[in-house]
Unconditional design. Structure first.
Length: 598
């Protein structure tokens, strides 16, 4: 199938991208999504999407919006998300996307900071929650609701409308589309792992240039089917899972929900998927757990991953290939194990992209060995967001590949990764001080991430601000230790602590199934993972998973919980990153007790 990607110069803006794609692919299916009312998957062609987009644009004009105004959106991924966003691009508006899985207080903060004139929200209940969390919201002139519950009465508040009433049946006469590629297309708020979120302003040019640079490394095709699983409020999904698909003419499918994701993968059978490491870890863990029902199955699973990765490493010049005996048994292993794992992803995956955080080395190696075509990248919203990507045939787990075309990288004296990219942000919304702090005099973007560069490949080592300085003066980067501990299926989440302390300790969330199995086999109280008897076993597992590290970096104390760290508890971000300071504050009493024991 041919590749006829639309160039950023041809598109000009996101709306220009949609219009050009419609011209090139008038009969192609652009989107698929599940209709809960009929229980069937519905298809939308590019002309369908363009027509609905223009109806949204007409609604913006009827509301009196002008170029430069901001509009908010709080929806699950769906075709209306795309149409609203593209219509805003046509009208010269800046879209402020919010996360549906975020805390209401965070959403209220972003609305109050960005002050959009129109907000498109999924349900009236969500609006009621946001309205209650906003101290004042007279800046919001209209609220469009995608769905309303039976007890919600339209018309009581004239500013709140059902979408069906807000959209005209036909767009009518519309002004010429806005065509400034350097105008802000979106205002994406950072996750706020250490403080209040900041609004990153990205231009149309930045989004399109970033998608085009990524396409030069991982080329999407017309017949690709993307499965969109990350929230479109996430810069990673917005550029790669959304803009890139339009640029290439690929079809994008929106799953019913995360709970039915595995079912949807086998139904949609995607060829391209973008996910965070946690997504891949969960599926790998589930497959490994299924194999662990017998010793033989577990050995075959591990053997397939190991030999399969050796084959990949040999092809990419990354290491020695399998032995003669391993090559002979490979077809059997692939048929018995690898094919089943690939079937869980739909059976025809062409590219599986991981980003947003570090993929644990052993998970990456195993998935590659099992036949999943992994690609890992690195980026941040401020960079458009993608800055690096691995070459598929030479993917080396533990690294995030090479700089994209047009991207320059270097390390500071402290080992911080610095970037220059044509997709850089315009700046932070109403934060000139923070913008100035992010760039040095030579225009290098300070990422805040520690990195290593070997043979051109980049490895992200952790956050500069998260370095722990122990009471003995030693500096410790906790992230590599955490990645090792997370490799143990017993451990779901981990936060290493020890700043100003004589030794390192770990806060861990245990996997309930694995812990119950372990407690039963060892005669432990499954309701008390912190009992002294349990401590010996858990600490042994933590230390074993930490790997070969110096004695002074070994974990010498821990606190375990079975309560997951969630977005609702504000212990992780909507993009599943650890809010380290909040976790430490939440468990400050438990941490104090760990060190009181010595």
């Amino acid at each position: 199938m041919r590749n006829h990607n639309i160039s950023p110069e041809t598109a000009g803006t996101l709306y220009g991208l949609l219009r050009e794609r419609t011209r090139l692919s008038p009969r192609s299916v652009a989107y698929r999504q599940f209709d809960r009312k009929t229980g069937k998957w519905v298809k939308f062609t590019w002309p369908d999407v363009l027509a609905r987009t223009d109806r949204f644009a007409a609604a913006f004009h009827a509301a009196g919006l002008r170029p430069g105004d901001r509009v908010g959106i709080l929806l699950q991924n769906c075709v209306d998300w795309v149409c609203y966003d593209m219509a805003a691009a046509r009208c010269g508006l800046t879209v402020v996307p919010l996360y549906t899985n975020d805390a209401i207080s965070n959403g209220a903060f972003m609305l109050a900071d960005a002050r959009p004139r129109v907000v498109f929200i999924d349900t009236d209940r969500r609006w009621r929650d946001l309205e209650g969390a906003l101290s004042e919201h007279d800046f919001i002139e209209e609220v469009w609701l995608q769905e309303v519950t039976a007890d919600f009465v339209i018309g009581v508040d004239p500013t709140v409308k059902h979408l069906g009433d807000a959209l005209p049946a036909e767009p009518g006469e519309l002004p010429d589309p806005a065509d400034d590629p350097d105008a802000p297309a979106t205002l994406i708020y950072t996750s706020g792992t250490t403080g209040t979120p900041k609004g990153v302003m990205l231009s149309h040019r930045a989004v399109l240039e970033n998608a085009a640079a990524t396409a030069s490394v991982v080329t999407p095709l017309e017949n690709d089917i993307f499965l969109s699983i990350l929230p479109m409020a996430h810069a990673f999904e917005r550029t790669l899972g959304y803009a890139l698909a339009v640029m290439s003419g690929a079809c994008n499918a929106y799953p019913q929900s995360l709970l039915r994701l595995r079912q949807d993968m086998t139904t949609v059978r995607p060829t391209v998927i973008m996910g965070v490491p946690r997504f891949y870890e969960t599926i790998h863990s589930s497959a490994r757990r299924a194999a662990a029902t017998s010793t033989l199955k577990a050995r075959l699973f591990d053997m397939t991953g190991r030999i399969g990765y050796a084959r990949h490493a040999a092809r990419g010049g990354l290491g020695p290939g399998p032995s003669l005996g391993e090559r002979l048994i490979w077809p059997v292993l692939d048929r018995l194990v690898g094919r089943k794992v690939r079937a869980a992803f739909g059976g025809r995956m062409r590219v599986a992209v991981s980003g947003g955080a570090n993929m644990p080395d052993e998970i990456g190696r195993s998935l590659i060995g099992l036949g999943l075509p992994m690609v890992e990248g690195y980026g941040l919203s401020e960079a458009g967001p993608v800055a690096t990507a691995s070459l598929q045939e030479a993917y080396l787990p533990g690294t995030v590949g090479f700089p994209l075309p047009g991207v320059e990288v270097k390390l500071s004296e402290r080992g911080e990764l610095l970037l220059k990219t044509p997709a850089r942000m315009i700046g932070y919304w109403q934060r000139e001080d923070a913008t100035a702090e992010s760039f040095d005099r030579e225009g290098w973007l300070h990422t805040g991430d520690l990195a290593e560069i070997r043979d051109g490949r980049i490895r992200i080592a952790g956050r500069l601000k998260h370095i722990l300085v122990m009471s003995n003066g030693e500096n410790v980067n906790p992230r590599p230790i955490e990645l090792g501990i997370e490799s143990d299926p017993l451990i779901e989440q981990v936060c290493v602590v020890g700043d100003g302390r004589p030794f390192l300790a770990a806060l861990v969330v245990l996997n309930r199934d694995h812990w119950t199995e372990m407690a039963t086999s060892q005669g432990l109280d499954e309701n008390d993972p912190n009992a002294p008897a349990a401590g010996r076993h858990i600490l042994e597992r933590i230390r074993a998973a930490s790997g070969d590290i110096p004695a002074w970096q070994q974990i010498k104390g821990y606190f375990a919980t079975l309560d997951e760290w969630t977005v609702e508890r504000r212990l992780i971000t909507p993009t599943l990153k650890l809010r380290r300071e909040r976790v430490i504050e939440e468990y400050k009493d438990e941490i104090r007790k760990i060190y009181a024991k010595g």
